[in-house]
Design a protein around this ligand. Sequence first.
Ligand code: GLV
Ligand code: MN
Ligand code: MN
Length: 423
Amino acid sequence: MSSDLDLVHTFREVWAELSGIGRAPDGGYLRFAWSPAEVALRDWFHAQAASRDMPVTHDGNGNLFATWSPAAGASGAVSGRGDGNGPGGVLTGSHFDSVPHGGAFDGPLGIVSAFLAVDLLRARGFRPARPITVAAFAEEEGSRFGVACLGSRLLTGAIDPARAAELTDRDGLALGDVLGAAPAGARPDLVAGFDAYVELHVEQGRALAAPVGVASAIWPHGRWRFDVEGEGNHAGTTLMSDRRDPMLTYAFTVLAANKEARLRDAHATVGRVEVTPNATNAIPSAVRGWLDARAADEATLAALVEAVAKKATERAGRDGTGIRFTAESTTGEVRFDEGLAARLAGLLGGVPILPTGAGHDAGVLSAHLPTAMLFVRNPTGVSHAPAETAADADCAAGVEALARVLEELSSTPLVDHDEGVAK
Ligand code: GLV
Ligand code: MN
Ligand code: MN
C-alpha cells in the first residue's frame, strides 16, 4: 500500500468481502449476535487473523482477540504481559452485530480498519514495542439479548455472568444455551494485559464535517421496557366507555416521551412494540414497548425517565390499565480520557473532538483502560438504518488515522503503573 489511492482500493476490496453477509433485501443487515451471519463474520475474522499470523483467542464471553505480537515466538498471547513484566498491549476493534436492518458500517468498520491499519504499519516496516490486538466484541447492539455492549460488560465484570446466561432472545433462547455454557464473566487477567483501547467507528449523526474526528464523551443512555396490561375484547361490540385499552396508554406514553425529551434537549425513542394478540378487530389485552432514552447528563436522563413514567402511570389510571417500567440496559455518562483525546486529535493534525449520543464498547472499557475513539464522517447522518454509509476515501483516511494512533500508542509509555494514570 504505497499511496492513498492504493488504500482506498484495498479498503474497497476488503469491505466487499463483507457486504453480502447478512444483507436483507432492503439493503439493511440482519447480523444478530451468534446468528449464522454473525458467525460467518467471525469466520472471516479468523481467516483475516490467520492470513496475518495473528493468533486468535477468545475470553469465554464471545469476544475474539487477534494479536500482532512484537516478540518472535510469542504466539497465542493476548497481551505482552504474558510473563507479568512486558508492556501492556494496545487493543483496537469493534463489533460485527447489527440492529435489525441496520447499516453496514456500525461496528464492522472498526474491525476492518484495524486489520488494514496493521497491514499499513507492517508495509511501512513498523515494529511495535507492545502488542497490537484486534478485538471483535459480541452483542454490542443488544439487539438479540436486550443488554447493550454485553460482550464488553461480561469481559470487564459489569454484568453478572449468571444473570447474562439467563437473558433470552425473541425466540425464548437463553444466552447460556446459545453459547453452550454460562459466559465466563470478568477476565481481569485479560483486561490487565492492555494499556489502551482505541475504537474506530462510523459517526452516527451529522456532527462531523471532517473525514476523521476524536470522541470526547458518550451521553448516558438506557432502555426501559414498559408493559401495559388491559382487557382484550371485541372491537365492534365493546362500548368505548367500557374499554380498558392498553394501546391508548402505550400511545400516550410514546407522545409523553417525545414531549419530555424535547423539553430537556434530550432524546427519547420508542422503536419496538409487541401487541397481544395483535388482531385488527380485537382490543389488545397487552402492549409491550421499549423506551430508549438519552441525555447530556445523568440527572437530566433520570428526570426524563421519571417524568415519562409518572405521566404514563397517571394515564394508565384513566385508561383502567396497568403499566410497569423495567430497566433492561443502562449506561452512565462516559467522558473519555481528555489528555489522550487531545493528544490523538493533535497527532492527526488537529481533527475535531466531539461527543456522541451513541453507545459503544469503548464506553464500557473506558472504566478500566485509557480509551479513545476515532470517528469517520457519515455524509448522510443516518445510522441504525440501511442508508448508513461512509465514503471510501473517508474510510481510507480512518485506516490511516488508526494506523498513526496505533503506531503512537504501541511505541510510547501509556500508563504509569505505579500511579495508574494515563500520560
Ligand atoms: C448503539 O449503537 C446504541 O447507541 O444503541
Ligand atoms: Mn449501533
Ligand atoms: Mn457500534
